[in-house]
Design a protein around this ligand. Structure first.
Ligand SMILES: Cc1ncc(COP(=O)(O)O)c(C=O)c1O
Length: 389
């Protein structure tokens, strides 16, 4: 009997053959020329000036927050975080001493509830907002960017599950001052583990280069490293081992970048197939009694999984059982309502987020990957729709 997995491996035989051939040339393996090549190729593909390859999407998020602190001009450390997100969308804010304030989910996009966000901006005047494009569905970027203009916050975009999704023609991950992507197994593209931070700002990129590697300046253009050394009065002999920022080591490697370059060749195909499946799910499940689906106007969604809400937890339970009987994999939506996760609840207490709670209690994911055909999607939809409320 056929199985329908939520995710399939994206690193295929051709990628592995390419890797094997390259390994036989006895190449440099840690961060080196291929990382720079992959970063340039990613920035060009996305439509961004700078990209920085790191060892995971979580590290990409960590560096986005750390770069804001390194800029030294944040008016405050308040950051609005989405209730429906991922643990490591929120965790770096806690680790780095930000003051996270949670915002409920929007009933359409499942991203930030932009009406609530505006009220939070009026009340708290946060310097930073982080948005997540939940499982690939964009936030309404016109409204979000309008709020940024009116309230003056820095926008971080967690696009870790949204590679290739577009809002009004532009890739998600090109709207925020900084954005993050993940290349974990089962994501749109994979480098085994890996992630990317992107920005259009050169000074921010210079900070990211230092934060990624111990806080030193070795990855900066030589004249910029010289200027920092002069400013800090570094002794020439010690200059390469002078640490200017409290950094991390979250570098990606040339080995991973080689896989990334090979994966990038099929990015457009992967994105198109995921978007096609997503549209089919929307056509089949949209407007069906007992179900609610995600929707963002003016967007193309290259989802990592399709997600839907059942009419009740009991309905979801029965859908899960019907899917298991047909070997169709499912799971809750992302990490659900983050305020219910122990790492948050123990620090900040439980709060009421009605939409995020509905998503937590009734949401479920459906498979989407390039190997899943429209016939497969139809079969999955038939299985789900056969379960009445
Ligand atoms: C929205 C979001 N942010 C961040 C991450 C973390 O990415 P990684 O697993 O590469 O650390 C994920 C992982 O799925 C995610 O879905």
């Amino acid at each position: 009997m056929k199985s329908y997995l939520l995710a399939e491996r994206t690193i295929d035989k051709a990628d592995l053959t390419d890797l094997k051939d390259w390994l036989e040339t006895d190449p440099w393996l840690t961060q080196g020329p291929l990382v720079r090549q992959f970063e340039a190729a990613w920035a060009a593909w996305l439509g961004r000036k700078h990209a920085l390859f790191v060892n995971s999407g979580s590290s990409a998020n960590l560096l986005m927050y750390a770069a804001l602190l390194a800029q030294k001009d944040l008016p405050n450390r308040k950051v609005i975080v989405p209730a429906v997100s991922w643990a490591t969308t929120v965790a770096p804010a806690i680790q780095l001493g930000f003051e996270p304030i949670m915002c409920d989910a929007d009933p359409q996009t499942f991203g930030l509830d932009l009406t609530e966000l505006e009220a939070l901006c009026q009340k708290h005047k946060p310097a930073t907002v982080i948005a997540v494009h939940v499982l690939g569905t964009p936030n309404d970027m016109e409204r979000l960017c309008d709020l940024r203009r009116r309230y003056g916050f820095v926008l971080l975009e967690d696009a870790c599950a949204a590679t290739g999704s577009r809002w009004d023609g532009a890739h998600v991950g090109t709207f925020g001052e900084l954005s993050s992507f993940s290349f974990f197994y089962g994501h749109h593209l994979s480098t085994i583990e890996g992630g990317m931070v992107t920005t259009d700002d050169e000074a921010t990129h210079d900070l990211l280069l230092q934060l990624r590697s111990h806080g030193w300046a070795k990855d900066l253009a030589p004249e910029k490293g010289d200027a920092l050394a002069r400013q800090a009065g570094a002794i020439p002999f010690n200059k390469p081992f002078t640490f200017y920022l409290p950094g991390f080591n979250v570098r990606g490697t040339d080995l991973q970048a080689r896989i990334g370059l090979s994966q990038l060749k099929k990015a457009d195909h992967v994105v198109a197939r995921r978007a096609e499946n997503h549209r089919r799910y929307q056509e089949r499940l949209g407007g069906q009694a007992g179900f609610q689906i995600q929707h963002c106007p003016r967007s193309i969604t290259s989802s990592i999984s399709f997600c839907a809400l059942a009419s009740s937890p009991a309905h979801r339970e029965r859908i899960g059982a019907a899917m298991a009987a047909q070997r169709i994999e499912t799971r809750p939506i992302g990490g659900g309502n983050m305020s219910r996760q122990p790492f948050w609840a123990e620090r900040y207490g439980a709060a009421v987020f009605p939409m995020a709670d509905r998503i937590h209690q009734t949401g479920f994911q459906l498979p989407n990957h390039p190997g899943l055909s429209l016939t497969d999607v139809d079969f999955i939809c038939d299985t789900v729709l056969a379960v009445t409320e």
